[in-house]
Ligand binder design. Structure first.
Ligand code: GRF
Length: 190
């Protein structure tokens, strides 16, 4: 299974996928990593591991993912032979151009138990809501915000004294196991 990863930030999930591939627990390869931020650490992590990495030009829009940029992204993923697209901290909403290029073949990892707390900084939303547990979800991407069918979820407790940082760090440890497992499940379904 040839993967393409899109991310806007640190890329710890992308790193976890590479580690799982190296450890033999994920039967896949990462063919291309793309980021909408030229300085994103995910690009550095990819290049350090010899993975092709590049920047998506979003034409100066801060949050929008322009249709032309999506068409271009799909073309680059296709040219790299990508079969499954993994969003890993990618902060733009994917729309029809990219969804149509990879129907049912785009995954996302979200730091909450969807449908609870969709959108940005879900761990802060969970803390503010005072819930006793939250978690993370890998789901198929559709045109909504974090609304697609769930593939795998895992619970994470909220502990007394948790800060946004401590809670997010605990969720991320689980994400790093959950994402490779979810990709394995999707690959097995063919
Ligand atoms: C993760 O918490 C993921 O759930 C969310 O964004 C964060 C990305 O972290 N969508 P990283 O860039 O993989 O370290």
């Amino acid at each position: 299974m040839r993967l393409g990863v899109l991310g806007s930030g640190s890329g710890s999930n992308m790193q976890a996928l590479l580690d799982a591939i190296d450890a033999g627990t994920l039967d896949a390869s990462i063919a291309l990593v793309l980021s909408d931020h030229p300085d994103a650490y995910i690009l550095e992590r990819a290049r350090a591991r010899g993975v092709a990495a590049g920047v998506i030009d979003c034409g100066g829009f801060r949050t929008k993912f322009p249709a032309e940029a999506q068409v271009e992204t799909a073309a680059r993923l296709r040219a790299a032979g990508v079969e499954l697209v993994c969003l890993a901290g990618f902060l733009r909403l994917v729309g029809q151009p990219l969804l149509d290029a990879y129907p049912g073949r785009i995954l996302n990892i979200h730091p909450a138990l969807l449908p609870a707390f969709p959108g940005l900084e879900a761990w802060k939303q969970a803390l503010a809501a005072g819930v006793a547990e939250t978690g993370c979800t890998v789901h198929l991407v559709d045109a909504g915000m974090d609304t697609g069918p769930v593939i795998l979820q895992e619970r994470v407790p909220v502990l007394p004294g948790d800060t946004p940082e401590s809670l997010h760090a605990r969720i991320q440890l689980v994400e790093h196991r959950l994402y490779p497992a979810a990709i394995t499940r999707v690959a097995a379904q063919g």
